[in-house]
Design a protein. Sequence first.
Length: 336
Amino acid sequence: MTLRHFLTTQDWSRAELDGLLEQAAAFKRSRAGRQLEGKAIALLFFNPSMRTRTSFELGAHQLGGKAIVLAPGKDAWPIEFEVGTVMDGETEEHIAEVARVLSRYVDLIAVRAFPKFQDWSVDREDRVIHAFARHATVPVINMETITHPCQELAHIQALREHLGADLTGRKYVLTWTYHPKPLNTAVANSALLIATRFGMDVTLLCPDEDYLLDPRYMDFARQNVAESGGRLTVSHDIESAYRGADVVYAKSWGALPYFGRWDAERPVREASKHFIVDEAKMALTNNGLFSHCLPLRRNVKATDAVMDSPACIAIDEAENRLHVQKAIMATLAGQG
Ligand code: CP
């Protein structure tokens, strides 16, 4: 039997995603479930987290399992991912051993590994999580690399709770927002994937063409709308993008052509602070919902008034991380 991982939602059929969301909704109604009884998950964090760590640890506990948190390079040995390298630098052990040893201890391995932000042609290969998937003999879960599939499911669950199960044709704006630092494109890639997968009328709003997402994800989104009956539009015009929107999802990200030379990107980013989500922009929407994956810098990415308004469902989305991840863990641990 082929081992099933949860690396990207694109590997899962729409029926399978619906199944995960139904199971997540059941977990939200009732905590009952012992699907991880006697089982364990290793959570490897190469980058910081609040929601992901808390919700995975708690979810494993609620399912009767045990979570072991490791921060390679901090409280665990630094790991080498290059093949055939002479390991005479900082790394102490190779992924070939790490993934196989952990697989003898635990039933699931979850990994958070952000891009290095120096060379997108390297970062887009997503080497860390693929190396875990290649060497592990247990299922591997993506806790955010260059996509964030757990966030996708939590997001779509929150949208369904507020707009109904059928999201087809709903106008969805994924808007770039200012942040003082160039951030990961993962959540933006993921928002594009999941909103197009569920047939929404998606507008990607960003300052200019340099802020378009990687062609791989733009192409997936085009394929998704062809299958789901949705739409995909790119816009650099704030007013027309917001007008009539049912959903505004905000995220900041670094422009891909500037990876490794961020000083050159800074002037463009600094000139785009007006992309902040505020009351005036939300007033253009169709009483639209607002969300963000969190963490969010208030009055930089979105105003206090937007964050504190009834339209903001970011807390619901954050809660749903717990439920969808329980569904993912229960499903993957039940293989074989
Ligand atoms: N949204 C999200 O993944 O939050 P953390 O970075 O706190 O885990």
